[in-house]
Design a protein. Structure first.
Length: 165
């Protein structure tokens, strides 16, 4: 995302997050934003996008508990850039989360890997980069997602079923 005007919530995303809110499950966004480190866009843009995302979610009756982002590039070797677990560890400390009882939903293999590294459960969504990740890279993945969902709503439905078990 290199301009605020390009931000769009995916269809069904707010409803899915609202379902998690209703189930009293925390919803946290963790995102790599190496465009900041590469100088493609200012860090303020990341904050502005997150503010817009939060506002649109609130307008739709949903909310996030926290948002964490890593502005670094891979060569910085920071602890926060996925698939390293720094952002998840910080969320766990700040929000009292048990990562072993948590789910990571994402559209990149790095999301699957960060879940594995944190002993959380992983779900890959086919939206965003997900379909391409599966088609072009899945055969060489060391760790597979526990579930592949069409979109965030299907991922949330699976999570809710798993939590009920």
């Amino acid at each position: 995302m290199n301009h605020l005007s390009r931000f769009r919530l995916l269809p069904g995303a707010a409803a899915a997050i609202r379902r998690l809110n209703e189930a009293a499950l925390p919803v946290i966004v963790v995102t790599n934003q190496s465009g900041v480190g590469r100088g493609y866009f200012p860090e303020q843009l990341v904050r502005d996008v997150h503010d817009r995302m939060n506002a649109e979610l609130l307008n739709a009756g949903a909310r996030l508990d926290a948002v964490y982002y890593c502005p670094h590039v891979s060569s910085d070797e920071c602890e926060c850039r996925k698939p390293k677990t720094g952002m998840l560890q910080k969320a766990a400390r700040e929000l009292g989360l048990d990562l072993k009882k948590s789910f990571v939903v994402g559209d990149r293999h790095s999301d699957v890997e960060v879940a594995h590294c944190a002993a959380a459960r992983s779900i890959l969504v086919r939206t965003g980069f997900g379909e391409g990740e599966l088609a072009w890279h899945a055969k060489k993945w060391a760790h597979r997602p526990e579930f592949v969902a069409a979109d965030l709503f299907e991922a949330v439905e699976w999570i809710l079923q798993e939590v009920q078990r």
